[in-house]
Design a protein around this ligand. Sequence first.
Ligand code: APR
Length: 310
Amino acid sequence: MRQKITVVGAGNVGANVALRIADKELADVVLVDVVEGVPQGKGLDLLQSGPVQGYDVTVVGANDYELTANSDITIMTAGFPRKPGMSRDDLLLANYDVVRIAIEQVARHSPNCILIVVTNPLDAMAQAAYWVSKFPKNRVVGMAGVLDSARFRTFIAQELKVSVENVTAVVMGGHGDTMVPLVRLSGVSGIPLTELMDQATIDRIVTRTRNGGAEIVKYLKTGSAYYAPSAAAVEMAESILKDKKKVLPCAALLEGEYGIHGLFVGVPVKLGAGGIEQIYEIKLTSEEQAMLKKSADSVAELVAVLKQKQ
Ligand code: APR
């Protein structure tokens, strides 16, 4: 049977998610947006790329959720992006309304789907999607760590002039300025990063990774990144649909892991047909644990604001 992915939000991230899904022939796509005509137009345009690109999935756009029924995966990208000078946290209340309205519909039409949340501020929006959908925790996952570690890997490869394919990097914590790039667990073909770079270079790259999203917002001026975010979300969707069981850093509901309770925070997870099939609790140094706690505390502050609005 053909599989179906709903992409909510037909803006920059959503349209590129749909394009990548089609290019990989992963599933049929339903693109949903509130703006009349935009998802329909982009859907048709993507469908007409099929004969040239050689894919024959269907892509269709809509303003309601009827066609999304019984999707296997829903990728939530609807919401406002950042403008220069804004932090992801500045989007909190506006995007909470968007997530609430959309996820209610998603849960009604596709009660068994797996939700991949991309809307920012990511960890808080994943938490909101979890509350609204009432899905079990393994079926709600946030996209952040794959993107943050892709940025970290890019900067490492650039600095060392080596293939990105050989660079592995782990970024944990919330998707914000307090994210935790784990230098100790990052490296090139098994060679620890600390043997390849001096501390000053590592510090510079870590800072650039933390500000990776803001660097792009500053260039674009009217919005935020979408090529790498869409690639990251589709890597997660592919691992789930094909039951690949990739181990990726993603926002997951922690219930005691890393000493964090009832909060979505980025940690390494196994993504397969069951969604989050395992959360890996790796031993952290006390310094790393303190950084993770600080990051989780800043997520908790946002979630506390949302709790008052519930
Ligand atoms: N339901 C469906 N779509 C909606 C809704 C809603 N309730 N509210 C807004 N949208 C749509 C907008 O009409 C727009 O087409 O969401 C889309 C967002 O697209 P962009 O403005 O291009 O933003 P984008 O760059 O795609 O970012 C979307 O992803 O990475 C995050 O921080 C980013 O939160 C932002 C989200």
